[in-house]
Design a protein around this ligand. Structure first.
Ligand code: AHR
Length: 335
């Protein structure tokens, strides 16, 4: 039955291929992207359409590299599309992948909401979807096969737990400023929630300002400059990723303060630049979020294509780093 469906759908794919090329062009997938190029699914080689968030951070660059290298190593034909931070670009790219009849669609959703319609289109076309890195808030879990990535709430909790320990036995108020990730993105929502849940147990912790820094260094710097002007006393910065923390460090130093000493800094990711700042004492603690999802993603794609059952949730293994641990880990840090 599944075979017959595939035959019918592949015949249909030849008919829509020309249309797919046009859709791909509309999707803004040029400039090195591959979402608009020729369709897959015609032979044994698996074709994967992947829609990436963008290139907002060191984490994202490492994630893209991991996916591209792993696809090549696994013999998977990867159609890669960069959404440049826009959900509408991702939706167009996914529709283009559907029209091209790729074997598997994988994507890292820019934001959590608003995916049901396009995911239903993929399901109706019989193309399995693998959520990568970030999840969606769809109630219907049959719209995707699996979700591989981190537990962002846990990451936020780990950041909060370090802070609670750091100020154990002290009673003075602790003023915290928070640099949030992209509004509506799962890691921004969840890292905020996890952190807040842990620190709420002690009223001395107060988030005095919280604003998005869009997961970028530039915005992290700009927003921190504004925090430094508007807040008379900042004890701690909690940044949802290394890049925003690194931008904030520039702002703190420009304001004549010592990052890591005058203002304690907690970030998430543990990319090489973040780890370097941690080892140098400019960051106090980093919660790891691994971008190296490529090999597992390719394994999952092969299983899904072969009709094997896969776990609905594949969790990434991660750790945390103190300044001392960063010094040890840094020489071997790959990204
Ligand atoms: O979704 C993962 C997050 O997205 C990373 O922590 C951040 O750096 C990235 O941009």
């Amino acid at each position: 039955m599944r075979y017959l469906e595939d035959v019918v759908l592949k015949k249909w794919s030849a008919a829509v291929l020309a249309g797919a090329l046009a859709v791909g062009a509309l999707a803004g997938c040029g400039g090195g992207d591959d979402a608009g190029s020729s369709g897959g699914g015609g032979d044994d080689k698996i074709t994967m359409g992947f829609s990436q968030v963008g290139a907002e951070s060191g984490w994202r660059t490492a994630n893209t590299k991991s996916i591209q290298e792993s696809a090549a190593a696994a013999g998977i034909d990867l159609k890669f599309s960069d959404a440049q931070g826009k959900q509408e670009n991702q939706i167009k790219a996914i529709r283009s992948f559907i029209a091209q009849r790729v074997d598997v669609i994988a994507f890292s959703p820019v934001v959590e909401s608003g995916w049901d319609t396009v995911l239903k289109e993929a399901k109706d076309a019989n193309i399995p979807v693998i959520l990568t890195d970030r999840s969606v808030d769809s109630q219907d879990k049959t719209l995707y096969k699996t979700f591989i990535g981190s537990d962002f709430v846990l990451e936020g909790k780990k950041a909060g737990e370090w802070l609670v320990k750091e100020y154990e036995g002290k009673s003075d108020p602790v003023n915290i400023v928070e640099l949030q990730g992209t509004p509506g993105a799962a890691p921004a929502n969840d890292r905020k929630a996890g952190f807040a849940e842990v620190i709420k147990a002690d009223p001395k912790f107060k988030i005095v300002a919280s604003q998005t820094g869009q997961f970028t260094r530039t915005d992290g710097k700009e927003v921190m400059e504004a925090f430094l002007k508007s807040q008379p006393k900042i004890d701690v910065l909690y940044a949802h990723n290394d890049d925003m923390g690194l931008g904030a460090i520039e702002a703190i130093e420009a304001a004549g303060k010592k990052p890591g000493t005058d203002i304690k800094i907690i970030t998430v990711d543990a990319v090489k630049d973040g780890m370097t700042a941690l080892a140098a004492g400019k960051i106090n603690y980093i919660v790891e979020c691994s971008p190296l999802l490529g090999p597992q993603l390719m394994d999952l794609a092969k299983k899904v294509k072969a009709g094997e059952t896969v776990e609905q949730r594949v969790l990434t293994q991660e750790t945390t780093f103190t300044q001392e641990q960063a010094k040890t880990a840094l020489p071997d840090r790959k990204y």
